[in-house]
Design a protein. Structure first.
Length: 401
């Protein structure tokens, strides 16, 4: 039976119309109450790159061409019907017993078994007969053409299956509608306005948690490591990545935007803006802000190295190498002028081969971008901005991480 399945997969992959996927999965769809537009796509499982190509063959074979919702060179979306479920289960026959006996095995089969439950209880379509579940495949990383692939890419980033800043997210704000989120359910704002009186009079007005195009991280992602701590669900946006364990995000001014995050253990009490990447072992102090790329004219994504310290209420607008310190309350920006003595400049040059010593001892922030071992400070007596070779080792509290 297994050999037969392998032969089927091999035959499918050798067919002339075969298109290898960048990512694929089955998504549950939430639609607008007024327009019926797709507002949210929730994937119980994301298959990325070369993962589970056997299941990809099964799903593509099981699709009904008549249920095509959209298709292009870069992606496709199909509605899932009864025929899809039965065809997929038939092809999965060699593995069904294992999947039924252990819910952690064969996760794509687990998703199809849940579809079968939805079919049996009449929950495969909504009241208007529209598909509640879509099969989605992404073939090329180009500008997203559907809400479904936008969510697929954001999930790939949050799960670490795609590296931060590696995916094309252009146009994603135009695809996603600004909606009111109540729990995990999105509501169209126009529908709420139209029905406000009736909903409030009948005691059915939903508790609105926030209004945004994006859901929150924890609405779509279970942290992959037990020692990732998020003390406020509002502080992390879907599409953020929180590393491989040991990340701690405190409440207050802390925040992580989409396509941004930490690569390892990190303490965050500040703002990690869009496209910012934080190295392992770095401590972002309370209220510290790192410049993002969504607005304000900055187009160069910022990276902060390993074992850095960003002091309370500091602002960082350049990239930092490893072992850097920004004192509390100061702004380290591309145009900020820092004075570095000749002796300190020589120390900095010893660990940064591309560091050029200036005869006047003055350096713009952009000259110091990405350099290792720098300590940025403002002299309290003169107000002069200075930098020097850091002599302090930054270590996180191991009890917290």
């Amino acid at each position: 039976m297994i050999d037969r399945f392998k032969a089927f997969v091999d035959s499918y992959q050798k067919s002339p119309n075969y298109k290898p996927p960048l990512g694929f999965g089955i998504a549950r769809i939430d639609r607008g109450q007024l327009t019926g537009n797709v507002l949210c796509a929730t994937y119980p499982l994301l298959n990325w790159s070369h993962e589970n190509l056997g299941s990809y063959a099964v799903f593509m074979h099981a699709l009904n061409p008549e249920n095509q919702i959209s298709i292009s060179e870069s992606e496709c979306v199909y509605g899932i019907d009864e025929g899809f479920i039965y065809k997929a289960l038939e092809l999965y026959t060699p593995f069904l017993n294992e999947a039924i006996q252990n819910k952690t095995n064969h996760k794509n089969i687990q998703a199809v078994l849940e579809l079968k439950k939805a079919l049996d209880t009449g929950r495969l379509r909504d009241e208007s007969g529209r598909f509640l579940f879509h099969f989605v495949a992404l073939f090329k990383d180009t500008k997203c053409q559907s809400v479904e692939t936008a969510y697929l890419k954001l999930l790939a980033l949050s799960l670490g299956k795609a590296e931060l800043r590696s995916l094309v997210l252009d146009g994603i704000f135009g695809l996603l509608q600004n909606v009111a989120w109540s729990g995990n359910r999105p509501y169209e704002l126009a529908w709420l306005r139209e029905n406000e009186i009736a909903l409030k009079m009948q005691g059915l007005y939903p508790c609105i948690d926030f209004v945004d195009k994006f859901p929150r991280y924890l609405m779509q992602v279970i942290p992959q490591y037990d020692n990732i701590r998020l003390l406020d669900t509002a502080k992390t946006r879907f599409g953020a990545y929180l590393g491989n364990g040991g990340y701690t995000q405190m409440p207050g001014a802390s925040y992580v935007n989409f396509n941004a995050g930490a690569l390892g253990a990190c303490m965050n009490e500040g703002r990690i803006s869009s496209s910012v990447i934080i190295g392992e072992g770095t401590d972002i102090g309370g209220g510290a802000s790192i410049l993002g790329v969504l607005s304000g004219g900055n187009s160069a994504p910022i990276s902060i190295g390993k074992n850095c310290l960003l002091g309370v209420n500091s602002s960082t607008g350049i990239s930092l190498g490893d072992g850097c310190i920004v004192d509390g309350g100061i702004a380290v920006l591309a145009g900020t002028i820092f004075a570095i003595t000749e002796s300190e400049a020589k120390k900095i040059a010893q660990i940064n081969t591309e560091f050029a010593i200036h005869s006047d001892g003055l350096y713009k922030g952009k000259d110091l971008s990405g350099k290792n071992g720098l300590h940025f400070r403002q002299e309290s007596t003169s107000g002069k901005m200075i930098a020097f070779r850091s002599n302090r080792k930054i270590e996180l509290n191991t009890a917290l991480h």
